[in-house]
Design a protein. Structure first.
Length: 91
């Protein structure tokens, strides 16, 4: 089910991150949990949050990247931006 077309999913989307972070209380927590029990799309969204959080935590454990790596990544991002701009302007 597409979350953007389901009003119940749209309402839960506001609380889903707070739910994951353990910041909701009482009825709001119960509401999210009830919705998640019936909605595969929102369970999938929550699963993506968990995976992203775990990946970011793992990256953080590696320490800060060295300066040349950061500069190389920025150069590559600039190249991609220029490619996209060129493709957009020639389309």
């Amino acid at each position: 089910m597409n979350r953007r077309k389901n009003p119940a999913c749209e309402a839960i989307a506001v609380d889903l991150s707070a739910y994951y972070d353990g910041e909701l209380e009482g009825d709001r927590t119960a509401g999210v949990e009830a919705h998640l029990s019936d909605c595969a799309a929102c369970r999938s969204q929550l699963d993506k949050m968990v995976k992203l959080s775990n990946a970011l935590r793992a990256i953080g454990n590696l320490g800060a990247p060295k300066r040349p790596l950061i500069e190389e990544l920025l150069r590559e991002l600039d190249k991609e931006d220029r490619k996209q701009e060129k493709n957009t302007s020639s389309a």
